[in-house]
Design a protein. Structure first.
Length: 730
């Protein structure tokens, strides 16, 4: 590492090669003309036109290194302008690399802030290879792109530029690598985490393309198919196989949440995935052969992992994350397609709804057994045990409990929000709407109460941020209370909303996408405000809305994303959200203005996601066509071990009561349908009897008197067409 800022003439340099500064063209030409004076014998071979051209334009470098691509020519990064220049001690591909101590520190922070990306980590090997830069640089740069801000004391615009350069260089190197190493997939997941945090959809797309291509080529998604097991076992060691499994599940987490958030197509169907779940986390992380490792913590843990019985080591957590993600993805797939035109019929939809309600209940029952209610770790523990494995072990139960419960509540809100959508082909049952609202309220409050202490007690540098992004549905639930005049509940839920906004604001320096959620939520409030102004003019309809409400003054339809995520369509709010005017909700013909006309949805959307893939118009036919491209319903959850159970939420709107509503509505529907069918059948039979009597008269008038036998036969045939026979009462 050479610090250019301390050079006596830093202005003469304009490039860095192999970690060393190279003077600009003018200075190199000047040196060409000085050499014959000061080094005359060394100038014997000089042919001036060629020498000056090649030396001043650094062409000798490209001649001596024919295999180095021009794309490797490094971008100049001025370390002197970095907020923490002292942490760097090397330059590779024109980019500064932190010193060994800082790289070790980052290794021990990653499990706190990027827990799903840490699935494949085997600490002794990972710390050794990463801190000594023995991994390929595409991997080192990928990790630094998302992680370097965690080992700096501040984050300036120059620091953000360096993060971008790391990500770009990592992608560049991966495109040139032809090894199809699973490490490439892992590196791509780090880049996706970086790009997702700054709204860089282009980098996300590039990284996912590289990872998906590699996963398909090496068939990582089917590595545990029985027919292929023998070949795989012969080719890889047991540890290599487990590493590949864990890389797969890290990648699976990434593509699942891209689908959940952006609403793109599903890359791998659940039924096509045949990979064992990550198990024996402690043994994987700390066991195996650690060679000449000198870290006393790791040596002690290694002995415990290798020789302790399973009951004597911490329990597994990673498979819980995979399970809730799988369930979450399946529910999002169901919700996304629930209200499109080519959907399942009402009975099939209700069965699917009850299926997922029960799965969620079972899941929460299980996690409540594993993750007992407890206070967050004291902040002192992060200071006292900083840069240690002990900190990871002491906090992981709380961390995974927080993450898994957070995903559970968000999934619950997703599912019940789909009950709030108005569809004119289906009879709207007020009891179901009311029960669903209570479930959304309760889950949103629980999520708020989960997130707030996490942000309060866990130091900023150790905070996982993606889980905050998933609270957008809870925030949109709280916005509905701005328009309820009942002060007893209005102030309470607006208070929750304001606390959520405060959390978003706390991420202004570390996550652009989270801080931008504020604008999106404000957009939702703006839309609701416009709808509320119109609904005030329809007081004669307010009474009819009370049967759907959670309060006497809850007369406005609630805003809810029609297709699961509020970010499915970029163009307009109308395609994304439910009906908000009372007249439309009750199917009353009332003249109202379109509250979505000339709204600022696109601006709000742009700050949250910038997707060049989903480009839509407000044309309903186009929207339905887009939805039609999504995959069919997924029920292939059986491949994953049953996710075991959860306690009902403590609220008046329990899932039991909601399922009772479904049963009661079904019974009422069948009863009404039976009455309609009976009335219709009776009317039809009366008409048939009249026709039969008329036909009898005609037959009698045509028959000759002498043909008595024929007459009796014909009358007998006619006699069977009476009401009693048709109703099976004879």
């Amino acid at each position: 590492m050479y610090d250019i800022s301390k050079d006596s003439n830093p202005e003469i340099f304009n490039n860095i090669e192999y970690g060393l500064p190279v003077p600009n063209n003018s200075k190199l030409q000047e040196l060409c003309l000085i050499i014959p004076h000061v080094l005359p014998t060394l100038a014997f071979p000089i042919r001036f036109s060629e020498f000056i051209d090649k030396f001043s334009n650094t062409s000798f470098l490209s001649l001596s290194q024919p295999n180095i691509s021009n794309s490797f020519k490094p971008a100049m990064y001025d370390i002197s302008k970095d907020s923490n220049p002292e942490i760097f001690n090397n330059i590779e591909y024109g980019l500064p690399v932190p010193n060994n101590s800082k790289l070790q520190e980052l290794c021990l922070i990653i499990p706190h802030v990027l827990p799903t990306l840490a699935f494949p980590i085997r600490f002794s090997e990972f710390i050794d290879k990463f801190s000594n830069t023995r991994y390929p640089y595409y991997f080192i740069f990928a990790v630094l792109s998302v992680g370097i801000k965690r080992i700096k004391t501040s984050r300036t615009q120059q620091d953000k530029t360096l993060e971008t350069l790391y990500a770009q260089k990592s992608l560049e190197l991966m495109k040139l690598d032809k090894s199809f190493d699973p490490l490439i997939i892992w590196a791509c997941c780090f880049v996706v985490s970086y790009s997702g945090d700054i709204n860089d959809y282009q980098s996300t797309d590039q990284a996912l393309n590289i990872a998906t291509r590699t996963a398909k080529i090496i068939r990582l998604y089917q590595m545990d198919i029985n027919s292929k097991t023998e070949d795989i076992i012969q080719k890889y060691s047991k540890d290599e196989l487990e590493f590949r499994r864990r890389v797969w599940w890290t990648y699976y987490e990434a593509i699942s949440y891209i689908y959940i958030f952006y609403g793109n197509f599903i890359t791998f169907e659940q039924r096509d995935i045949v990979v064992n779940l990550p198990r024996n986390d402690f043994k994987w992380r700390y066991g195996g052969d650690i060679g000449e490792c000198t870290n006393s913590e790791l040596k002690l843990l290694n002995h415990k992992a290798n020789f302790e019985t399973k009951s004597g080591v911490p329990r597994d957590y990673h498979y819980f994350i995979v399970n809730i993600t799988s369930l979450y993805k399946n529910i999002v797939s169901f919700v996304t397609k629930r209200w499109r035109k080519d959907r399942l019929n009402e009975d099939q939809t209700n069965l699917r709804l009850v299926l997922y309600i029960n799965k969620l209940q079972k899941f929460k029952n299980e996690i409540d057994k594993v993750f007992k209610e407890k206070s967050p770790p004291e902040i002192e523990i992060y200071i006292e045990h900083k840069k240690t494995i002990k900190l990871i072990l002491d906090t992981e139960n709380y961390l995974f409990g927080y993450l898994i419960k957070n995903h559970y509540y968000n999934t619950l809100i997703y599912l019940y929000q789909s009950e709030l959508i108005r569809d004119f082909d289906i009879k709207l049952h007020p009891g179901r709407v009311q029960a669903a609202k209570k479930q959304c309220m309760n889950a949103s409050v629980e999520q708020m109460n989960l997130v707030e202490p996490y942000i309060k007690f866990v130091p900023t540098n150790y905070q996982e941020s993606f889980s905050i992004l998933t609270t957008v549905n809870a925030s949109s639930t709280f916005t509905n209370f701005f328009f309820i005049n009942d002060s007893t509940i209005k102030e309470k839920y607006i208070g929750y909303y304001e606390r959520m906004v405060s959390i978003y604001n706390s991420f202004q320096k570390s996550s652009e996408v989270i801080s931008s959620l504020n604008l999106f939520i404000k957009y939702i409030i703006d839309v609701k405000t416009k709808a509320n102004e119109q609904n005030k003019k329809l007081k004669h309809l307010h009474k009819q809305m009370k049967s759907f409400s959670v309060s006497e003054s809850d007369v406005d339809p609630w805003i809810a994303p029609k297709y699961g995520s509020p970010f499915h369509f970029q163009c307009c709010g109308e395609g994304n959200f439910s009906i908000l005017d009372i007249g439309g909700y009750l199917e009353e013909k009332v003249a109202t203005n379109n509250i979505f006309n000339q709204d600022n949805y696109a601006n709000a959307y742009e700050l949250v996601i910038k997707s060049p893939i989903i480009k839509t118009s407000s044309n309903k036919k186009y929207i339905n066509n887009q939805l039609g491209k999504t995959n069919e319903y997924i029920l292939g959850f059986e491949n994953i071990p049953v996710i075991k159970q959860t306690v009902l939420l403590e609220s008046t709107g329990s899932t039991d009561s909601f399922i009772n509503f479904l049963a009661n509505v079904k019974q009422e529907s069948l009863k009404v349908q039976k009455e309609i069918n009976n009335a219709s059948e009776f009317k039809k039979n009366i008409e048939n009897e009249k026709m039969a009597q008329q036909n009898t008269k005609k037959i009698i008038s045509r028959e000759p008197e002498s043909d008595c036998n024929n007459q009796k036969i014909k009358r007998a045939k006619v006699g069977k067409m009476n009401v009693k026979n048709l109703l099976n009462d004879s």
